[in-house]
Design a protein around this ligand. Sequence first.
Ligand code: AMP
Ligand code: MG
Length: 424
Amino acid sequence: MSAPFSPDPSCQDPVEAPELKPVDEARHALFEAVSVVPGEGEVALSAARGRVLSADVIARADVPGHNNSAMDGFAVRAADLPEVGSSAEFEIVASAWAGQPATVPVAAGEAVQVTTGAVMPRGADTVVIQERVRRDASRLTVLGGERAHANVRLAGEDIRRGEVALRAGVRLGAAEMGFLASLGVARVAVHRRLRVALFSTGDELVALESGRALAAGEVYDSNRYSVTAALAALDVELVDLGIVADDAEATRKAFERAARDADVVIATGGASVSEADHVARTLREMGEVTFWRVAMRPGRPLASGRVGQAQFFGLPGNPVATLVSYYQFVQPALKKMMGMDELFPPVFKARCQSALKKSAGRVEYQRGVVGQVDGEVVVHTTGRQGAGRLSSMVQANCFIVLHADQSGVETGDWVDVQPFDALC
Ligand code: AMP
Ligand code: MG
């Protein structure tokens, strides 16, 4: 009787260790080869979300610009606060709203009513919150026990004039956008957006856009959709070159166009060294390209190099392998090219609720579901891990990273996880 088909053939084949390049070595070689794309420019802050600073931003003024009240209440002198067990009377002499400072100073025994954000009146150094006073027309009674200097935000406590507000290499997200606006920075120096050309290779691929039903042996081109979506998180300018047939001439044309238009060319499929894989052969003729078999699963074949002025990445065609290779190799390299200083996603420890099989000698990026049980971070596998099963990525919310020296995981072991949310 013949052996049954393996359910996940691409993942079951034995590791031929001698030819495999360790993940860290491949990563190192890749990062050595790429550098920041030239061409910085200045853009309005309003258009700078997602861009990467090409120069440090220095604060030109203190933020906040003045001492101001952190609460609604009454500004007084700390020296006038009563001892615990006694009380003190104040005369309310003025009010100050955010944006409308008081015109008179606070003298001994006097108070100014303030709202949150109001500039502290001259002479006052403490705010007693409104919930803790008794007020009768312009008379105010404060009981003992109030803290001196309470509820006052000091000028420059967020950042001082002359300090580095944000370093070059920071990507502008919500917090950074708000911070720069608070500093009055209306224009920022940023790196150029990357232009990335993307195409899929394979005679069996059908473009969803064609509206055509599949014939026997055909599959829809899903990689362009997944990689396009992943690239969107980096705000690149995408040049979609569609599907390229397994044909030398078509492959050459695609590469010529891609290399002319883009800083980066990403192709999926055909990166293995088999004779039918025109990406590999054409690239060897056209540029300087290295093909690796990386000691990882999924995603063994990986190509990288230069075609014309463009940086090239060749990813495996299997849809899960494509995404794994994209996140583990391509995205950090793109971040480096964008001028970013934080390239790798954070890794967390989680207690594994499943036993996981694995052979030593390669890194595995298994798909898992991370969550919390009784305050502990736990993860379980999504089950079958075939490199073609995109459903395993959809069910998952993290990669379970099993390192080269690990050989299997017992239930209850700690493992490294990379949450998908933190990947971009
Ligand atoms: P390859 O890397 O070209 O040898 O392809 C490996 C497997 O991935 C084959 O089963 C292909 O049909 C499949 N594949 C390659 N490219 C794509 C794609 N763009 N979308 C979906 N599946 C693909
Ligand atoms: Mg192919």
